[in-house]
Design a protein around this ligand. Structure first.
Ligand SMILES: [Zn+2]
Length: 63
């Protein structure tokens, strides 16, 4: 058994960067997310930007 079934297939959903090509220390910082389409990955830089998007954006329903 392995924790990560397909590491070679993982790539950032925002910038398309391959996790398999990232340095091992950097790969550990990648963030796995789950949405309606299943599992996806964000590289560290995009994960930070993504969090800022979420925190900075109010839902449309709020208004
Ligand atoms: Zn990215």
């Amino acid at each position: 058994m392995v924790d990560d079934p397909e590491p070679a297939a993982a790539h950032c959903t925002r910038c398309g960067r391959s996790r398999a090509e990232a340095p091992p220390a950097d790969a550990l910082a990648w963030v796995m997310t789950h949405d309606e389409r299943g599992r996806s990955w964000l590289c560290p830089a995009c994960a930070r930007a993504h969090v800022r998007d979420i925190e900075g954006k109010l839902p449309d329903e709020y208004w």
